[in-house]
Design a binder for this molecule. Sequence first.
Ligand SMILES: [Zn+2]
Length: 427
Amino acid sequence: MRRTVMVILDGLRRDFVTPATTPFLHTFAARSRRFDAFRSAFPSATRVVSATFATGCHPARHTLQGNAMALLENGRLVPHDVGRPEFLRHKRAVTGRALAEPTLAERLAPCGGMILFNNVSPGAAMAHDPDGFGHVYHRAVSVAPGGTPAADPLRVTLDAAGDRAMTERFVPEVLHQRRPALAVLWCGEPDHIQHNAALGSPEHLAVLREADRNAGMVFEAVARERDAGDDILLIIGSDHGHETVSGVIDVEAELVAAGLKQDADSSDVVAMANGTSTLIYLQPKQESRRDDLENFLRTRSWAGNVVAADALGTIGQAAWNGLSFAVSMAADGSANSFGVPGQSLVAKPRWDKPDRLGCGQHGGLGRFEQAPFLMIDGPAFASGTVTRDPAHIVDLAPTILHHLRVAAPGLDGHALQVDVAGPRSAI
Ligand SMILES: [Zn+2]
């Protein structure tokens, strides 16, 4: 039986995969193919990455533009927190689709199905399957096909102990008994600790070892299933990296102070913070303000990369729904107090509490947040090899579908198997 198993250790940077910090992953590298140029989506934020993974398409096509985004509702820009459980239902009501492209859960529903165990935000869990084709288990919401509540909800905490408990249920129940075509274990660590402790700190390194052990548990279970005859593609990776927060910028307050936005609550211009990036929306009636906005953004020291509407395609976005500029906040390679390189400014969030200086964050195009890790073990992935060929989160769905022999033409991503020829991701 052909199956695919994927483990995501949320937020684990590629440079933290070492013999000392993650001994299992280090040994797994020797029997898998490692992708050393693997990149995240933009924003490099979990809900966006989840939708990008699930659809095999960039945000320009699936239209979940950010972890926080605005929607044009009756001509007005309305800010939304995508993490709220009702957001995708609301987006479906406003735009016609929760996600504008089919998910893996939908594609696999007639051929073996998908089961996701997920310990990040409820919005990120639901971004995998907003229309209820598969099984989604999350500590806040567990649903069966059709969107009905699951009979056996996942009850874990968002920390290393919760990830451990989730893995200990996932292995016997999903890998050994239920055996779907796609089984995904998406752990909340080390992302959770990295938002609350310095990268490289003893607390962080202790959680990395726990996350590493969970991945090892899944590998051992997959080995047993392979011995029993199943043809399993095993993907172990992360969704984005992290940078250390070096400062917090209130982008909306800056726009108001510069006379480019009427007031904090106005809907003429809306900046939606996504960690180390921000999405800037312009109401259609305010088109005359576009050039002034661009000049302002391009002369701010806090703006690292400013991407205007006509170039949004280069980062997988589109000028849909009033999105006019994407800004990746200024980042540099300087080291934090534990010698870990990569620091970035963050945009002050509208609802959440501001990020903690000295702790981790992500969302932008910074070098280290765009350096998740990826290792794939299975047919057409030569053991112990390393490639720097382009690879992107958008390539995982086609890779999974190729292994499962499910045709899905027209995705943005490209299957990563070496026997598949064709263009590689340009983003
Ligand atoms: Zn994440």
